[in-house]
Design a protein around this ligand. Structure first.
Ligand SMILES: Nc1nc2c(ncn2[C@@H]2O[C@H](COP(=O)(O)OP(=O)(O)OP(=O)(O)O)[C@@H](O)[C@H]2O)c(=O)[nH]1
Length: 288
C-alpha cells in the first residue's frame, strides 16, 4: 500500500514527540503537532483548576490528557470546527502520555521532586545553544542560585535525615512561591537554581527576596530557623551559560561572604565597583 502525505505527517509528529527529552519541549512539540493536524487556531495545555467555562468559547474543544500516574491536564483546542481525524489524535495522545511519563521520571530529582541536573542541562542547551536570532523574550529571564546557609552544621548537629527533610521542605516552599512558568532545579547537594521566565531583574530580585524572607520566617521542625543565600543575574543568551552561571555564583559568594541570608544581584555589584566584570568569562569557554 502506498504511503500518503498524511501518513508521512503523522509519522513526523510521532517521531518528533519521541525525540523530546524534556517535558517543557514535549508539551511544545505535542501542541504544535495537534495544531497542525487539526488545523486549529491554537492548542494549549492547562491545569484543570485554571480552566473554567468562563474562559472558553463555544468553538473550543477540551480533552483530558493523562500526564503520568494519576495526573490529568486539559488540552484546549481553540476554534476547531470538528475533530476530523480522531484515530490519529488518539494515537498522538497515547504517545504523548507515554513520553511524558518516561521524561517526567528521568528529569525529576528523587529527593525534592524538582527538576534535576539532566533537565537543567537539557533546558540550558536549548536556551543558550546556537540559534540565529534570539527572541526579545529571551532577554527577560533571570537566573538565581540559592544555597542553604551552614547546611553542613545542620547535618552535623541533627543528622542527614533532618538535612534531607530541610531540602524537601524548601523545595515544597519553592513550588508554592514561584510561578508555574519558572523553572526550579536542584542543581547540586544543597544548591538550587531558579530560572525566572518573563521577569526583569527588578521583579526577579523582589520575588527571590520574598522567598528568602519566607524561609527565614518559617519554623522548621526540630531545627527552627534556616536561612538561604542567593545570587542573581539577568540571562542574555548571547553571553553563554558558563558566564551566566559564573555571574550568579559571584553574586552568591558575595551574599555568603557578607553575612549570608541575603540576595545579591550581579549587575548591582558591578555598578557599585564591588566586583570586577573581567572576573566573568567572556563567553569563549562554553559547554554547549
Ligand atoms: N542531608 C543532605 N546533605 C547534603 C546533601 N547534599 C549535600 N549535602 C551536604 O551539604 C553540606 C554543604 O556544606 P558546605 O558546602 O560546606 O556549605 P555550608 O555548610 O552550607 O556553608 P555555607 O554554604 O558557607 O553557608 C555538606 O556537608 C554536604 O555533605 C543531601 O542530599 N542531603
Amino acid at each position: 500500500m502506498r504511503k500518503t502525505k498524511k501518513d508521512d505527517c503523522r509519522c513526523r509528529y510521532l517521531v518528533d514527540l519521541t525525540r523530546q527529552k524534556d517535558v517543557f519541549h514535549l508539551d511544545e512539540a505535542f501542541t504544535q503537532a495537534v495544531k497542525e493536524m487539526l488545523a486549529a487556531e491554537s492548542v494549549s495545555i492547562h491545569d484543570p483548576n485554571n480552566l473554567t467555562s468562563e474562559n472558553l468559547s463555544s468553538a473550543d474543544v477540551v480533552l483530558d490528557i493523562a500526564r503520568g500516574s494519576g495526573m490529568v491536564a486539559k488540552l484546549l483546542i481553540s476554534n476547531n470546527a470538528e475533530l476530523a481525524d480522531t484515530q490519529s489524535l488518539q494515537e498522538l495522545l497515547e504517545v504523548y502520555s507515554n513520553q511524558y511519563h518516561h521524561i517526567y521520571r528521568s528529569t525529576q530529582d528523587m529527593l525534592t521532586r524538582l527538576l534535576n541536573r539532566t533537565a537543567f542541562d537539557e533546558r540550558m542547551q536549548r536556551l543558550f545553544g546556537p540559534r540565529k536570532h534570539h527572541r526579545k523574550k529571551d532577554e527577560r529571564r533571570a537566573m538565581a542560585i540559592l544555597d542553604v546557609d551552614h547546611f553542613k552544621k545542620i547535618n552535623d548537629t541533627y543528622g542527614h535525615l533532618y538535612g534531607d527533610e530541610i531540602l524537601i521542605l524548601l523545595a515544597n516552599m519553592m513550588q508554592e512561591a514561584f510561578r508555574a512558568e519558572d523553572w526550579l532545579f536542584r542543581y547540586g547537594g544543597e544548591e538550587f537554581i531558579i530560572v525566572l521566565n518573563d521577569a526583569d531583574l527588578i521583579t526577579a530580585e523582589m520575588v527571590v527576596d520574598r522567598f528568602r524572607i519566607a524561609v527565614e520566617s518559617r519554623n522548621f521542625p526540630q531545627i527552627g530557623r534556616v536561612t538561604i543565600s542567593a545570587g542573581l543575574t539577568q540571562i542574555f543568551p548571547s553571553k553563554g551559560l558558563t558566564s551566566t552561571i559564573a555571574e550568579a555564583d559571584q553574586a552568591l559568594y558575595y551574599s555568603k561572604d557578607t553575612g549570608r541570608n541575603q540576595v545579591s544581584v550581579f549587575r548591582k555589584l558591578i555598578e557599585a565597583g564591588i566586583i570586577d566584570d573581567s572576573n566573568s568569562f567572556g563567553g569563549e569557554l562554553e559547554l554547549f
